[in-house]
Each structure stands twice: as C-alpha cells, then as structure tokens.
Design a protein around this ligand. Structure first.
Ligand SMILES: Nc1ncnc2c1ncn2[C@@H]1O[C@H](COP(=O)(O)OP(=O)(O)OP(=O)(O)O)[C@@H](O)[C@H]1O
Length: 266
C-alpha cells in the first residue's frame, strides 16, 4: 500500500506526483560507482545488487571498503556509473531532490554538517524546507532542541559544544524535516561510550528505516540485519548477529578470495 503524507507525496519538475512506498525498501540493481584519482578512473563499488527492507541495516567493512560511498547512493550524494538505485520505490537518479527530502544523511563528523553559527540557526536552516514562516521556524527549532535536551545550548556557538552535543544537534537538524529514511555514517565514531549508548537508545526509538555504516559492533548488534562490503563488493547479508560473527572471523582470519565466496555465503 503506498504511503502518502506531506513529505512523501511531492512533485517533480514535470509536476507528476512522486509516491514513496516504504514497503519497497531500498534497492540497488547492478550498481557500480567509479571515482577519479591521479592514477585514472578507479571502481569504488562493483555491480552491487541488494534489497534492504529491515528497519535497521548495519553496513560493515574495513576502512576504505566502500561503506560511505554505498550509504550516499541512497540520497544521491554518490552518483552511480551503472545500475539503478531506488528509495521506497522511487528512482534516485530521476528524482534526486525528492529523494533528498525523504532520505536524511548524518555525517560521521558533525562539523562537516553544521554550517550555521548556533544550534537554533542550524535547525532553522533545515526547517526552511518546510512551509513555515520565520517565527514558526524559530519556535519549532527551539522545541526540537528542547526535546533532545539541548535547550541550554540552543544559542551557544557550535564551537562551544562538545562532540556529543554537536552530533545530537546535527541529528536534530536532519530529523527536523521528518525524513522516512535515515542514513548514518559512523554515528558513534566520535562519541564516548556514554554518548554512544545514548545515541543508540535514541535511534531505537525513531521510526525511520535506517542504514548505518559502522565499525562499532555494539551498534551493529542492535540492527535487524547487516551486510559486509569488502573491496567494493557486497559479500554477505543476513541477520545482524550472524553477519557480525562472520565479520569477526574474516577480520581475524582473513577475507575469503572471490572464488571461495561464490561457493560460500553468496
Ligand atoms: N569521489 C571519489 N573519488 C575517488 N575515490 C574515492 C572517492 N570517494 C571515495 N573514494 C575511495 O573509495 C574507497 C572507499 O571509500 P569510502 O569512504 O566509501 O570507504 P569506507 O568504507 O566508508 O571507509 P572508512 O571506514 O575508512 O570510512 C576509498 O579508497 C576512497 O579513497
């Protein structure tokens, strides 16, 4: 059954309505991504086909395996050189602005995300996407920061905030426009254990479908399913506890060669 609301029913440049159907999940069909380096064109992701339908999916993989690149496909920040990306049934390449409104991305370093001088102004900036006047935007920004326990920081300089507070402000700004998909790039990397636990508890209460790139296996264990990306290829997908065990084995004993994988987990 298609899911309609103010955010999911929008118009494209031809004024035809774009309808997001959360039941369709997030899908890649034969997706490859290339990048330019001083040595020439290199392939970052190789012919990935995957369907993500669980509420929370963890993306595991070594440094440089392609996790962030994979995550950003779902809001059009990564362009694929081949294949098709669909978010809740909508083609990302054809409807990038609509998909960006429905798929919010949280960067691992909130400083890369927070561009206004104070938390209030940053959340207000995010709220500009909604049809609110400036007084209502200010009021809503303060309400949202208060909900996250940040009212005492609302008018402070972003640079006076701790890393954990900045991460929470960045998340508040992303959630302000009520996306239906949340893409989180290593959200606990810069947090101490207490703030990491708080963030995990907060994520558990949110209704959005989430894809979480992470090296934090405790966070991964709280997800419904996990996938492993290795050298730009999707090599495993399944229930989070099983995939975490497999990933630990790979990290300890070495990743299987491609011909072994074909007969193994794939
Ligand atoms: N725009 C680009 N052009 C060329 N190469 C790129 C580009 N973006 C990423 N890469 C390369 O692609 C590979 C995968 O990068 P990516 O950031 O997706 O990895 P990652 O798994 O998220 O790594 P980490 O865990 O270290 O954050 C890296 O070798 C990176 O240098």
């Amino acid at each position: 059954m298609p899911f309609f609301n103010r955010r999911t029913l929008s118009t494209n440049t031809t004024s035809r309505p774009v309808v997001f159907s959360p039941a369709a999940g997030l899908e890649l069909q034969n997706v490859s991504v290339t990048g330019e380096t001083p040595e020439g064109t290199s392939t970052i992701l190789h012919e990935i086909t995957v369907s993500l339908r669980q509420p929370k999916t963890a993306v595991l993989g070594l440094n440089g395996s392609g996790k962030s690149t994979f995550l950003k496909l779902f809001n059009g920040l990564t362009h694929c050189s081949a294949g098709t990306v669909n978010v809740h049934g909508v083609n990302v390449q054809e409807h990038t602005p609509d998909v960006r409104r429905t798929a919010g991305l949280l960067f691992s370093d909130p400083q890369a995300q927070l561009i206004m001088p104070t938390p209030t102004e940053d959340v207000e900036l995010s709220l500009q996407r909604l049809n609110l006047n400036s007084a209502r935007r200010r009021q809503r920004a303060l309400e949202l920061l208060t909900q996250r326990g940040l009212e005492h920081r609302a008018h402070h300089s972003i640079y006076q905030l701790s890393g954990g507070e900045r991460q929470l402000v960045a998340l508040t700004a992303v959630l302000a426009v009520e996306p239906t998909v949340l893409l989180l790039d290593e959200p606990t990397t810069l947090l101490d254990l207490r703030n990491a636990l708080r963030l995990m508890e907060l994520l558990e209460q949110l209704p959005q479908q989430m894809v979480i790139s992470t090296h934090d296996l405790e966070l991964a264990a709280r997800c419904d399913e996990a996938i492993i990306i290795h050298e730009g290829k999707l090599i495993d997908q399944g229930p989070a506890p099983d995939i975490i065990d497999i990933y630990r084995d790979y990290c300890a004993q070495g990743f299987p060669a491609e011909d072994e994988r074909r007969g193994g987990h794939e």
